[in-house]
Design a protein around this ligand. Structure first.
Ligand SMILES: [Fe+2]
Length: 293
């Protein structure tokens, strides 16, 4: 059996890198942030099978700067030579929000690019794929490709020419898809479900989650950020409201709003257990570890 088949079947240890909240405005900052991160990860020499990037990679509304920065980030991530999956966060819509024009430079860079996968359109809510014996649902922040509406901070934004188009039918169909999965489900997003930090009112529409869901990973609420994440600023693990499902905050890779430069590594063990380890790439140390039942 090939190594990839063994990893897919869960017969050997596989690791997925989960990153979020880089908050980059220019290629120079991308270089200084990502050089130590990528070097550290390469030196760890883990059996990485892929990376899930949970948004707020770029920020600001300088289109030329956003395009250059997106190009630089893609080049840095590709140094790991692993498949990468990406969902948008609120800051990927900064330009659209300011100029009401449907331009999303990182989503545009990644769309159709070998080795990368994201939503087919910036307006899509999710895509799903099988990873290491689990069905993974990637929930993205959304905006109209022509800039007619956005879902700001995962809430339908008001005062735009066209309203947020998704309705109960969509949430019901996603819930059904998760419930009927033959594999345990993992969900990821820029945002948490209620019960987590800075939760999304759109993800709330998926509650209660079906029993197939094993855990959720999110960013947005930067750990140690006392301005935007005042409630339990150091706590990474919470329950989804009213359910015995844990959700984990993996942020933040940026080092301005929060101390350190953090990302997460999700280990799929041959025994079937999952372990999440948090790494500070500046200190080059593991700073937290969670066993996920
Ligand atoms: Fe965010």
């Amino acid at each position: 059996m090939s190594k990839i088949r063994e990893q897919e079947a869960g017969l050997i240890l596989s690791v997925v890198w989960i990153s979020s909240d880089l908050q980059l405005r220019d290629p120079e900052t991308a270089h200084s942030l990502l050089l130590p991160v990528i070097e550290d990860i390469r030196e760890l020499d883990l059996p990485l099978v892929g990376g899930w990037c949970l948004g707020d990679v770029v920020e600001g509304s300088n289109l030329a700067g956003l395009e250059e920065t997106a190009e630089s980030v893609v080049a840095w991530y590709e140094r790991l030579d692993i498949p990468i999956r990406y969902v948008m966060g609120n800051h990927e819509k900064d330009y659209c929000r300011r100029y009401r024009e449907g331009r999303f430079p990182l989503h545009e860079q990644i769309s159709g690019r070998p080795g990368w996968l994201t939503t087919r359109s910036p307006s899509d809510f999710c895509f799903t794929e099988s990873w290491c014996g689990h069905q993974v649902f990637f929930f993205s922040d959304q905006a109209d490709p022509e800039g007619k509406w956005i879902a700001a901070h995962h809430r339908p934004a008001k005062d735009w020419p066209e309203g947020y188009p998704n309705e109960e039918e969509l949430w019901e169909s996603v819930r059904r898809q998760m419930a009927s999965s033959s594999q345990p489900v993992i969900t990821v997003s820029h945002y948490s479900f209620p019960g987590g930090q800075r939760p999304s009112s759109i993800l709330e529409k998926l509650l209660p989650l079906p029993d197939t869901v094993r855990c959720h990973f999110y960013g947005h609420a930067h750990i140690g950020d006392f301005v935007w994440n005042r409630a339990c600023p150091w706590e990474r693990r919470h329950y989804v409201s009213g359910q015995n499902i844990k959700q984990y905050n993996v942020s933040a890779l940026e080092s301005r709003r929060s101390p350190g430069s953090h990302s997460a590594f999700l280990e799929f063990k041959p025994s079937g257990t999952l372990q999440l380890r948090i790494r500070c790439h500046l200190r080059r140390r593991w700073v937290a570890c969670y066993d996920i039942a």
